[in-house]
Design a protein around this ligand. Sequence first.
Ligand code: PRT
Ligand code: ZN
Length: 213
Amino acid sequence: MNHMIRLAIQKSGRLSEDSLNLIRECGISFLSSTYKLKTEATNFPLEILFLRDDDIPGYVQDGVADLGIVGQNVLIEAGYPALEVETLGFSKCRLSLAVPRGANYTGVGDLEGKNIATSYPEILGRYLAGEGVKAQLHTISGSVEIAPSIGLADAICDIVSSGSTLLGNGLREVETVFRSEAVLIANQNLSAEKQELLDQLRFRMQAVRRARR
Ligand code: PRT
Ligand code: ZN
């Protein structure tokens, strides 16, 4: 049992399909059912756990899972940057500041003293500190884009990919705070056997990425 490595991936969301496809393209077969929370590969000593993405960094840090696939945004916000072992090239997005379309905005200094709604207070807090800007951050876990229109905030900081959500909510992207993609993360105290399995997986993942280019 100890010679099996445990990988946590997102149960259902934007990372799920690409994570499963990557594992399959690595030549690993498994049965997946929408109801199961874990499954075992049939031709590699791998167990897959299906979790909320936000829980994955902590589980890998604590060794509940050996490996995980998450967005760098979630990994950095959780405070575990050192767990990253491999960038995976999918789920690319950015964490950006946005203001109402009609607002007068000349630079990040204009956010001094303003209310900003975000689900990423750690990453945003560090960015604003680096820019020497003091603002009030309001942490909300979803639907951040509606905060300005309901009077909850002067600006927001949220994940953007196409930009259509910002547009649809009358917002204008003004600063890129952080660029993100999916990454493979690993516990830092793996046994020698598990380290060997991780090396094999990374080798296969790198080959898959090269073949995709
Ligand atoms: O349920 P669980 O907690 O597991 O999932 P979740 O709802 O927290 O995450 P999910 O599935 O939405 O996203 C998982 C990861 O995908 C994120 O952590 C990012 O790393 C990555 N990703 C890539 C995105 C996007 N693109 C994205 N567009 N995550 C979120 N969005 C949202 C964004 O929050 C905004 O509401 O999509 C909207 C903007 O999209 P555009 O295309 O309109 O700009
Ligand atoms: Zn989440």
